[in-house]
Design a protein. Structure first.
Length: 180
């Protein structure tokens, strides 16, 4: 039995957002851009990446989730396509967060995200670049924008990520619902 697991804490997206984001990904993938697009079942909003973590920390992480979840649920609005580092060099394509950014930043801070050493940037990753092929078509498609997607943010999940040749497989280890 493994003594450590690759873990992250995220806010899951609901089925309506998942389906709409899958349609956006489908449209972007038709541009021919050489990206590894996120499988719809793997869509989530990362709040804190923990990396390889000893399994003996699971009880402590459960307490962290429960403590951070002591807050009211809030509306989350995804809007606008963006890229890290920029559209001139789009390594990661994402769907932005229009409403709920303050609440997400507070939640990420409560989960210790500042320990990652970079500012928290709320986004829903859609794809990661493999090569520079097809970037013109991708930029064109992204310029058309994306519909506004809404959901209630009401729980956080500690996920385990197992890397396989087919791509990552995520499984929920613990979760906590917002309780105020």
């Amino acid at each position: 039995m493994p003594e450590a697991a690759r873990l992250f804490i995220a806010l899951p997206v609901d089925e309506a957002v998942r389906a709409a984001a899958a349609r956006i990904i489908s449209g972007l993938s038709r541009t021919g851009a050489d990206y590894k697009w996120v499988e719809p079942q793997n869509l989530h909003l990362t709040l804190r990446f923990l990396g390889e973590t000893p399994l003996e920390r699971l009880p402590e992480l459960g307490v962290l989730l429960e403590t951070a979840a002591r807050r009211p649920s809030f509306e989350l609005v995804f809007s606008g396509l963006g890229a890290f580092s920029s559209w001139d060099d789009p390594k990661v394509v994402w769907l932005g967060v229009g409403r709920g950014t303050r609440e997400l930043a507070e939640l990420a801070a409560a989960l210790g995200a500042e320990e990652e050493g970079r500012p928290f940037a709320a986004h829903l990753t859609l794809g990661r670049r493999r090569s520079r092929r097809g970037l013109g078509g991708l930029r064109e498609a992204a310029a058309a924008g994306a519909p506004e997607l809404r959901q209630k943010a009401g729980r956080i999940v500690l996920f385990e990520s197992r890397l396989t040749p087919e791509g990552p497989v995520y499984s929920a280890r613990q979760e906590a619902s917002f309780s105020i």
